[in-house]
Design a protein around this ligand. Structure first.
Ligand SMILES: Nc1ncnc2c1ncn2[C@@H]1O[C@H](COP(=O)(O)OP(=O)(O)OP(=O)(O)O)[C@@H](O)[C@H]1O
Length: 549
């Protein structure tokens, strides 16, 4: 809990604000106690026959206590709402900021883990942060009740403390087992999200073949069943503890009334006050026990969130200020990239690897890369443009070596349409959109009348796959980055447009100063490249050079 307080609550709430919440929580507990104390006192006076006329002092005290109590609760509730919202969004923002800074391989292998963190862990931690304050309120109430009981009868007080310690011991010894169960449930939550994503992402396939849907459903049901079982065991464990505590207290209350009222020397009015306070004490202890599962879950969530943060942070791309020369590199300033001895391997004993790769890219080059399925084209391109961090690399941009600090900004010189591209519904990444250029490209890619731009928002992205790819290419052309990378871009184009792409559009883009790297299987157009490369089993070979030159 200390780490949750130190690393999550205090940085968001601020020390003073959090202390104010705790202080109000303590005051709230004290005022609840004062109210109960007032009631028990009057009951004792009624029993002993001392309360015969309306006591103005008592009435005023009650009004004051109730008014102050309402004010404190309201102020505290408002503060808690604000605090919980702050914590909730701050945690989500922290995860998102990390996602944006980390690398692709981390994200692609952790999609479900991140989704669980953003939904389940953030909720558990937000709930717990609020409950910590409620916990203090209940704790203060319990301590005040115990003090009051001590003032009535030390013997009965000691008996109560013994019972409370026994109850807490049962809780403590079972906490570890429950924690393990909650940890298992949390891990299965990630599996659940993975399967859930399978249903959403593969919905078209499921729609076509209901058997696939039934299989996925049964699969997800078995995970859900296991989660249900483990969660039920964990919660039942906690409930059993709570019931044990309750039973112990009921035994205590009954014993006081049935046995100690006869044997002890406590006055009957004090005995009533004691039992009455005991009932409230039981209420506060129950509140603490109800908060307990949430606090245990928060611990599990915290550990997972910290693990995820550590994992993502380990792979953080340098966030140091990019060197200006590289960061602001315009098309006209770009002259070359020289890559030598670049190697990359996927994790695992027999992980596929590429390299050592030697590749020279000069301004205006049109480079085509081909190779069989699984030969390593995408892996090579991802390593060259910095989506994957190569294991070994020696890259010079405009003759200047790229180092760890400039690596992130080195990636800035590339614009990419991936084979599994995502089309944003706005033109983003371009500070000022040149509308003349937009219309020119719209005409060139034969999309005039199909899509328009208002502010920077596209009128539609509901186009055919080939048209969507054309739009994705227009969007990156507007970015005006020196090197365009197109992964099987023409694969979804009809023969007419494919021809136009290779024989008209590429030369036009070359003239505009772009350097172009295409992964392609269109052997009919291999002659349109300045440099043609083949890749086999991760090894790159220059096949020919000089077509456009
Ligand atoms: N994320 C990954 N983790 C581990 N291995 C991978 C991963 N992605 C690809 N591979 C392996 O790397 C090899 C090369 O894959 P890559 O995607 O680079 O091939 P490709 O030439 O682009 O194939 P295609 O033409 O089918 O797109 C494959 O044999 C595959 O097994």
């Amino acid at each position: 809990m200390r780490r949750i307080l130190k690393e999550i609550i205090l940085p968001v709430a601020g020390n003073i604000n959090f202390l104010a919440c705790v202080f109000l929580g303590i005051l709230s507990g004290l005022f609840s106690f004062l109210f109960i104390n007032g009631i028990t006192r009057i009951i004792s006076e009624i029993i002993s026959g001392k309360y015969n006329t309306v006591n103005r002092e008592y009435v005023l005290s009650f009004v004051l206590i109730v008014l102050l109590f309402v004010w404190i609760r309201k102020t505290l509730a408002l503060k808690i709402i604000k605090l919980s919202q702050k914590i909730f969004w701050s945690l989500r923002k922290q995860v998102l900021e990390l996602i944006l800074k980390t690398n692709y391989s981390q994200i692609s292998s952790k999609k479900s883990e991140i989704q669980t963190a953003i939904i389940t862990d953030v909720n558990a931690l937000t709930e717990a942060s609020v409950n910590i304050i409620n916990f203090f309120t209940a704790l203060v109430m319990s301590i005040s009740c115990l003090f009051y009981q001590a003032s009535i009868s030390l013997f009965l007080f000691s008996l109560t403390v013994c019972i409370a310690i026994a109850g807490m011991a049962v809780y403590y010894f079972n906490a570890k087992k429950n924690l393990r169960n909650f940890e298992t449930v949390r891990k299965m939550e990630t599996v659940f999200f993975e399967k859930y994503r399978g249903i959403i992402d593969g919905f078209k396939e499921i729609n076509m073949e209901p058997k696939k849907g039934s299989y996925m459903y049964e699969n997800i049901k078995s995970t859900a069943r296991l989660m249900y079982k483990t969660n039920t065991i964990a919660l039942t464990g906690l409930l059993n503890n709570s019931v044990t505590g309750q039973i112990l207290f009921y035994i205590l209350i009954s014993s006081i009334l049935l046995f100690f009222s006869v044997s002890s020397k406590v006055k009957s009015s004090d005995l009533v006050s004691f039992v009455f306070t005991l009932i409230y004490l039981l209420g506060s202890l129950e509140t603490i026990m109800v908060l307990f599962p949430g606090l245990i879950k928060a611990r599990v969530a915290f550990n997972h969130l910290m693990e995820l943060k550590d994992d993502l942070e380990r792979e953080l791309i340098s966030s140091s200020k990019p060197e200006a020369m590289i960061n602001e590199l315009k098309i006209r300033d770009f002259s070359s990239i020289a890559i030598s001895d670049l190697k990359f391997s996927y994790d695992g004993v027999n992980g596929f690897s590429i390299g050592p790769v030697h590749l020279d890219i000069s301004k205006g080059d049109v480079i085509f890369l081909y190779g069989g399925n699984g030969s390593g084209k995408t892996t090579l391109i991802y390593s060259v443009i910095g989506i994957y961090t190569p294991t070994v690399w020696n890259i010079k941009l405009n003759g200047i070596p790229v180092n760890n600090d400039t690596y992130a900004s080195y990636r800035n010189i590339f614009s990419v349409v991936f084979s599994d591209f995502y089309l944003f519904n706005e033109i983003i990444g371009v500070d000022i959109i040149d509308y003349n250029e937009w219309h020119y490209y719209l005409e060139l890619f034969e999309l005039t009348g199909k899509v328009s731009l208002s502010e920077r928002v596209l009128s539609t992205t509901n186009l055919s796959t080939g048209q969507r790819k054309r739009l994705a290419l227009i969007a990156i052309l507007l970015e005006k980055k020196p090197v365009l990378v197109l992964d099987e871009w023409a694969a979804d184009q009809d023969p007419y447009f494919r021809k136009k792409f290779y024989t008209e559009i590429i030369p036009l883009l070359k003239q505009e100063g772009f350097t172009i790297i295409c992964i392609t299987h269109d052997d009919k157009y291999y002659n349109c490249a300045d440099k043609l490369y083949r890749i086999d089993f991760g090894k790159l070979t220059l096949v020919s050079s000089g077509a456009f030159a």
